[in-house]
Design a protein around this ligand. Structure first.
Ligand SMILES: CC1=C(/C=C/C(C)=C/C=C/C(C)=C/C=C/C=C(C)/C=C/C=O)C(C)(C)CCC1
Ligand SMILES: [Fe+2]
Length: 552
């Protein structure tokens, strides 16, 4: 198995389909080839591919940005051209997951979250960078490729009746969960035992990959009997454990579960009963502290009926139930007991940033502080993330406002909690999502968060922002026309200060190029960019795999 650094040979392929030296390899447009080729061969360019300039469409002056176009090849690997100087301590692999393929033949998907998972890798060693990407071989992706159509239920796409029935059988399969997708297009985490897991909201969409070759190794089989069909897309993972939430759509509530590193067995820790209804709030993510698990219950709730519908509803698989209230629950990790449930102002969040315990002078925990990317209790961001909206940027300022929402959850039995902006949202252009922090501060008091913000007018977050929660200020990185993904914080080995490290973001540029941007996390100035020789679509979440000493 090659080491995480991969090969330093430009355009090296991991398969036998490499074009000969000097011979220009044919680059198959994946959108067309994916449905016809079994398996779709990896055809990498012998020389960097020059992408066509962005296309003007529709006479309305709109430009189709490469960020929202399907990735054009099944896979690629090669040395990246560097601008600037990479720190020598940056030694390991950055992985980014996301829905990078939204077309099957002529058919185009509707929503950003529907796309088939594309895993991107940038391996850093000795000041050099090697890049790669590859499609994750989920059952959903393989079936779509083999049959030329959607065969499983995605975020908004559902199989057409005949296709679906012929592929997975009877309607009853809807209830067993077998029609749900395993397209693990959302997150990627490195477990404490070193395995790398790609995730989505379906439990069956937990897929183990090889961080070096990006091979799909297989399903992560949970060996317990906890069941459930869906879980939080963002487990909290440390060197020793893995925490997640399993919503219960029948008896509205959530199971809090924990898995030891090195095992596949989740253990039930406790249950939170919803205060509102008719179903649990969407828990795309949740935060923990040293001693507690925080379970959010927002008015954007799962809807079993919508899960079964053939056509998407305005809120997809969800429904807005303002009347049923918004709550935050706190569970003790050790006992599984719910120690607080408070009503809070309405909120909409997909991503919690962090949480920590607030203590009095005697060291007693008096409250939990939980921070999130909060969309001003407005669900319209889901609609803005439809591909048609993302692709039709007319220069108007249509991105809904968002902020760092800070919850204060008192533990003294009071029935209400607070929700306030943690800093003036104008500091980050009133855009706020796709966040990361220093992993050493998960569950602990912290000062800095890294996220995507906005430089207006815009239709999508287009800056990288470093939030200082003490000074209540932000430093912003912006490049005209760039679409940056989550700035992922990587600490410098041996660092003491919280922001001693780099923030890495994959950027889809205006001219159709793509690069991994490395920012000094302290100054938020660019240190280097490592350029891919082709366009890369937007992607979601990331992880860092340090080079193990055995690889050195
Ligand atoms: C496949 C099924 C579902 C899938 C849900 C998925 C794939 C949800 C993905 C959610 C993501 C990626 C949320 C990200 C939000 C990012 C935002 C708001 C960024 C804003 C701008 O920066 C279920 C819906 C669970 C139903 C079962 C089937
Ligand atoms: Fe997410």
């Amino acid at each position: 198995r090659p080491s995480a650094g991969g090969s330093a040979v430009p355009g090296r392929l991991s398969s036998s389909t490499q074009g000969g030296k000097g011979k220009r390899a044919v680059v198959q447009p994946l959108a067309a080839s994916v449905v016809t080729e079994t398996p779709a061969p990896a055809v990498a360019p012998a020389r960097p591919v020059v992408d066509a300039p962005p296309r003007r469409r529709g006479g309305r002056g709109t430009v189709e940005h490469a960020a929202w176009k399907s990735v054009r090849q099944e896979r690629w690997e090669g040395a990246l051209e560097l601008e600037g100087e990479l720190p020598l301590w940056l030694d390991g692999t950055y992985l980014r997951n996301g829905p990078g393929l939204w077309n099957l033949g002529d058919y185009g998907f509707r929503h950003l979250f529907d796309g088939y998972a594309t895993l991107v890798r940038v391996s850093f060693r000795d000041g050099q960078a090697v890049g790669a990407h590859r499609q994750i071989e989920s059952e959903a992706y393989k079936a779509a490729r083999a049959h030329g159509k959607v065969c499983y239920r995605e975020f908004s796409e559902v199989p057409k009746a005949e296709g679906f029935l012929s592929h997975v059988g009877q309607l009853a399969t809807l209830f067993s969960g077998s029609s749900l997708t395993d397209n693990s297009n959302t997150g990627v985490v490195r477990l404490g035992d070193g395995r790398v897991l790609c995730l989505t909201e379906t439990i069956k969409g937990s897929i183990v990959v090889d961080p070096d070759t990006l091979d799909t190794i297989g399903k992560f089989e949970y060996t317990d009997r906890l069941g459930g069909l869906i879980h939080s897309a963002h487990p909290i993972v440390t060197d020793t454990e893995f925490w997640t939430l399993i919503p219960d759509l029948i008896r509205p509530g959530y199971s809090v579960v924990r898995m030891d590193a090195g095992t596949n067995e989740r253990r039930f820790v406790g249950r939170v009963d919803c205060r509102g209804g008719p179903a649990p709030g969407w828990v795309h993510s949740f935060p923990i502290t040293d001693h507690y698990v925080v379970v959010p219950e927002m008015p954007l709730r799962y809807c079993a009926r919508n899960l079964l519908r053939a056509e998407p509803t305005p809120l997809y698989k969800f429904e807005w139930h303002l009347e049923s209230g918004s709550y935050m629950h706190v569970m003790c990790k050790a006992s599984g007991r719910v120690v607080a449930t408070v009503e809070v102002p309405p909120f909409v969040t997909f991503h919690f940033i962090n949480a920590y315990e607030e203590k009095d002078d005697e060291g007693r925990v008096t409250a939990i502080i939980a921070d999130c990317c909060e969309h001003n209790a407005n669900t319209s961001i889901l609609d803005k993330l439809r591909l048609q909206n993302l692709r039709s940027s007319t220069g108007q300022d249509v991105l809904p406002d968002a902020r760092v929402g800070r919850f204060r959850i008192p533990l003294d039995g009071s029935p209400f909690g607070e929700l306030e902006p943690a800093l003036d949202p104008d500091q980050h252009g009133r855009g706020m999502d796709m966040c990361s922090i220093n992993p050493a501060h998960v569950g602990k008091k912290y000062r800095y968060a890294y996220a995507c913000g906005a430089h207006r007018p815009c239709n999508f977050p287009n800056t990288l922002t470093k939030i200082d929660l003490v000074e209540k200020t932000a430093k912003n990185w912006y490049e005209e026309g760039a679409v940056p993904s989550e700035p992922f914080f990587v600490p410098r080995p041996g660092a003491v200060e919280e922001d001693d490290g780099v923030a890495i973001s994959m950027v889809s540029a205006k001219d159709g190029s793509a690069y991994a941007l490395v920012l000094d996390a302290k100054t938020f100035h660019e240190i280097a960019r490592a350029k891919f020789p082709y366009a890369m679509p937007y992607g979601l979440h990331c992880c860092w795999v340090p080079r193990s000493t055995s690889d050195a």
